[in-house]
Design a protein around this ligand. Structure first.
Ligand SMILES: [Zn+2]
Length: 89
C-alpha cells in the first residue's frame, strides 16, 4: 500500500460500487474506469497518511461529509462517458 493515499479515490469507488447496478450506462471496464477518472477529476483530492486504523476513521468522516458531492460528480461522469464512450471509437 502507498504511504499516502487519496481517500477520495476510495470514496468514489465505494460509492460507485454501491450504485453501479442502478446506473444507466455501459458497464464495461473501460467505461467504469473512465467514470472513476472523470469523477476524481471533479473532486479535490484528499490525501491521508495510511496509518492503520486511522484511514478507516478518515474514510467514515469524509464519506458522510462528501456523499452528496460524490454522487453528483458520478452522475455528471456517467453522462459525459455515455455521450463520449471511448471504446466505441
Ligand atoms: Zn463501455
Amino acid at each position: 500500500m502507498d504511504k499516502y493515499h487519496n481517500v477520495m479515490e476510495t470514496l468514489v469507488i465505494n460509492k460507485l460500487n454501491e450504485i453501479w447496478d442502478t446506473l444507466d450506462c455501459c458497464k464495461c471496464d473501460k467505461c467504469r474506469n473512465d467514470i472513476i477518472a472523470c469523477t476524481l477529476n471533479q473532486m479535490k483530492p484528499k490525501y491521508a497518511v495510511t496509518e492503520e486504523g486511522e484511514l478507516y476513521v478518515r474514510l467514515c468522516i469524509l464519506s458522510a461529509e462528501h456523499e452528496f458531492e460524490v454522487v453528483k460528480a458520478i452522475a455528471i461522469s456517467v453522462r459525459t462517458v455515455s455521450e463520449h464512450p471511448k471504446h466505441c471509437i
